[in-house]
Design a protein around this ligand. Structure first.
Ligand code: FAD
Length: 472
């Protein structure tokens, strides 16, 4: 299915080597002899700034000039026992997570960016592999094992990646690589405390999933991924160690040290910072579970692009719902905002913006009762009930995005630190939790403002807390 073209000549040893490598790995390609094809010679010269260098390869639109076998292996996802092809898109956080995991473990994979015109062929293939659904990342190992939106642990098992036992004792282990965790790490590193950030998904946290941030001081308008990339870079510059695909399941105190257990490793630290943020709340209505990922979504940045020129529903009435609805209205055909309350709880800035956008309509005072799919299991719409009249109706659309609030990611620590009734971590003073040496910062903390600027501020506070604790 790949479009691989090799421009070469029969007398050229490197062309023979590259041909042999592709043949050994059962990779089909189209070979064009530049000695017999004037057009091909011109193309090679165009690619190589006027020079006639062969072999020149075109792999799904990307050019490779006289690549050695290891470069070919990297481009084509060839490893000793596996060939790995990942179908994904640059805007997709789960693709980024899987890419980071494979790269961190030095595993070659061929990445096919499905949004590129030359890779249009990949879309029907993904649908075929996913029962008609467009799900990414879809990762194919050795042509027969298919992993759809896999957790890193699934990949670890499939690729038999060894778990390395770590002996190092960190000054602090930061759980969660969002704005709060990254900031704590930047400050800790600058104070010469070595920090390890454990992140189960994508570095950047919820802010990474937000297309437009207009209220982070210093930036009138910056995309979430751009801002979080800068924070990650800054943490790395100061020496922070970052591990992704590490889902922390428990923490135990042994003497003065903390043992942090993830699904695949154990890490030891003198202190711990909990900065695990929060997760999207679901509606818990019929049809929701079945349609999640193929009609029902929680992240506009992640999945919005699937709905270009289509009709979508946004459920919610707070800042996130309006902000994301406005963002989606920029490229979908229409946005129908369904709010359970008679008025929006979002700030006036968003309400004023919303009123000026033609392709947004609002359905106020409506309770969402069921997501409906057609006979083929494809999303058809949302059933709602008017809170005043009791009248039931169906809102038709191609997909729905739910933004109705967040629940704290603190389940794993419920027996460790004191939580409030809603599950947020209670803190006092300098981000201290009920356990000495464990600190909490950001959206997982009781009373958090749930803004990026606030999360970074709390990260600073936690860094001062752990500094005081460690210098005792
Ligand atoms: C749709 C949306 C739009 C938003 N828009 C804005 C905006 O415009 N401006 C603004 O200021 N704020 C905005 N916010 C809020 C902002 O994103 C958050 O306040 C901020 O991201 C909180 O940072 P945090 O570090 O506390 O948590 P998070 O960003 O949630 O990061 C927590 C991290 O911890 C990881 N984690 C969780 N559990 C574990 C575990 N057990 N082991 C390892 N890792 C774990 C998570 O994967 C995550 O990466 C928005 C939020 C959403 C959802």
């Amino acid at each position: 299915m790949n479009k691989i073209v090799m421009y070469g000549a029969d007398w050229c040893p490197d062309c023979q080597r590259a041909k042999a490598f592709l043949k050994e790995n059962n990779i089909e390609y189209n070979y064009i002899d530049v000695d017999l094809n004037e057009e091909a010679t011109k193309k090679v010269e165009l690619i190589n700034n006027g020079k006639r260098i062969i072999p020149t390869l075109l792999i799904n639109g990307k050019t490779y000039t006289n690549p050695d076998n290891s470069q070919l292996a990297a481009a084509l996802g060839i490893n000793e026992d596996y060939r790995i092809i990942m179908y994904g898109a640059d805007w997709c956080p789960d693709c980024r997570k899987s890419k980071a995991f494979l790269t961190d473990n030095n595993i070659n994979f061929q990445y096919i960016e499905i949004d590129k015109d030359e890779n249009e062929w990949a879309i029907p293939l993904i649908k075929e592999l996913n029962n008609g659904k467009r799900k990414i990342p879809t990762i194919v190992i050795n042509d027969d094992q298919v992993f759809v939106e896999p957790e890193n642990d699934e990949l670890r098992q499939a690729l038999k990646i060894d778990v390395v036992k770590e002996e190092h004792i960190y000054d602090t282990i930061i759980i969660g690589g969002g704005a709060a965790g990254l900031t704590t790490s930047i400050y800790a590193q600058r104070d010469r405390y070595d920090s390890l950030i454990l992140e189960k998904k994508t570095i950047g946290g919820n802010a990474f999933l937000t297309q437009k941030i207009e209220n982070y001081p210093g930036f009138t308008n910056i995309s979430g991924p751009a801002l979080m990339d800068k924070m990650e870079e800054q943490a790395r510059v100061y020496g922070a160690k970052i591990k992704t695909g590490e889902d922390v399941t428990s923490i135990t105190k042994e003497g003065d040290l903390f043992k942090v257990q993830t699904k695949s490793n154990t890490h030891i630290g003198k202190s711990v910072v909990l900065s695990t943020g929060s997760t999207y709340r679901q509606l818990n209505i019929p049809g929701e579970q079945e349609l999640i990922g193929s009609g029902v979504h929680f992240c506009a940045t992640c999945d919005g692009a699937f709905y270009r020129d289509k009709d979508i529903i946004v459920v919610g009435g707070g800042n996130s719902a309006l902000e994301e609805g406005i963002f989606l209205a920029g490229f979908v055909k229409s946005v129908k905002i369904v709010n359970i309350m008679p008025n929006f709880s979002a700030s006036e800035t968003y309400i004023e913006k919303l009123e000026k956008i033609d392709n947004i309509s609002t359905y106020m005072n409506q309770t969402s009762t069921e997501f409906v799919a057609n006979d083929q299991g494809l999303f058809e719409g949302l059933k709602v009930k008017d809170n005043e009249t009791g009248e039931e109706s169906m809102i038709h659309a191609d997909g729905a995005f739910i933004f109705i609030g967040l629940i704290p990611n603190t389940k794993s620590f419920a027996d460790l630190v004191e939580l409030d009734q809603r599950g947020f971590i209670k803190t006092t003073g300098m981000a201290n939790t009920s356990v000495e040496g464990i600190f909490a910062a950001g959206d997982c903390r009781e009373g958090a403002i749930a803004q990026v600027a606030a999360a970074t501020g709390e990260g600073v506070l936690a860094s001062y807390g752990l500094k005081t604790y460690l210098s005792k």
